[in-house]
Design a protein around this ligand. Sequence first.
Ligand code: TXA
Ligand code: MG
Length: 341
Amino acid sequence: MTIVINMRDRVDNRKIKIAAKFIREGKLVAFPTETVYGLGADALNEKAVRRIFEAKGRPADNPLIVHIARFEQLYELARNVPREAEILAEHFWPGPLTIVLPKKDNVPKTTTGGLDTVAIRMPAHEIALNLIKASGRPIAAPSANISGKPSPTLAEHVVDDFYGRIECIIDGGEVKIGVESTVLDLTTKPPTLLRPGGLPLEEIERIIGRIKIHPAVKGKTVDIAKAPGMKYKHYAPNAQVIVIEGNREKVKEKIKELLKEYKKRGIKVGIMATGDFYEADAYVNLGNSEEEVAKNLFRALRELDKSGVDVILAEGIEEKGLGLAVMNRLRKAAGYKIVRA
Ligand code: TXA
Ligand code: MG
């Protein structure tokens, strides 16, 4: 049975206590963060963590992020905490930054996908923080979607994927950011960006200087064991996604041209773009700034897929600010099917 707790309008700490008890008992609780919803369990309880992998259908070698609510918890999970980690934590926590550090022995390898490192983040969300504090445990939480589906930005998405299969879902309304956290490996020099996300690369570099970008961030070449998450197909709806990239005006023209062509052939077309496309079988206006596009991206993929279209044409945006994270997700969703306008 799944208990759905509605906290859209008001955070209720009495109800958070109920969810925290589930965590202590080794059960699964989905909860909102500022990035996307997470599927949480006690990070130090192997059995509980194993259930996360089962519920998501997630490969056992794809490690989880461990969420904390107090800075001291960093030292309880990581063996070495370099000065850089402390500086980043001071600047960006709570917030959409995950840092990878050597793990302590108390963190089970089940949680870290067999690695000797652990990914840690302090989310900037009152419900998430209060849940972690009330449970008294660090909480392992991947995005609360079935493996391969777009990450959830609304509790409804979590209900669609997990209702009846986990103990509790906390509904905190729509998330603020809409793409997952930025993952930064601090075990290399300079640090390596493993996944672009809710904290723009430019902001990190302003604080600690240049960082390496893992090749898998921009292309599909994945040879590594370092960023296990990147070798799996991600954010893939049932419809074929095609990303159209280039100059904004030309991209819009190209989308119109492709739309006409597909319609002539009787193919149903969905469009996600920074504008309205009434002629399409279904469309989502992603908004105008990188922030708006990030927030609407995963919902758009889910909605267009539900509408039953055969093809989704997605407008590419500039890779600055949150645009880097957006384009990383879009290209993956498209299986790297990219059209240049
Ligand atoms: O915003 C987020 O990060 C959300 C919310 C719930 O906090 N969580 C999330 O988790 O996106 P997940 O499991 O969907 O993505 C975690 C990513 C994966 O790409 C995984 O491979 C990487 O972090 N990761 C986790 N631990 C790692 C480690 N020790 N070394 C390298 N990469 C790691
Ligand atoms: Mg995920």
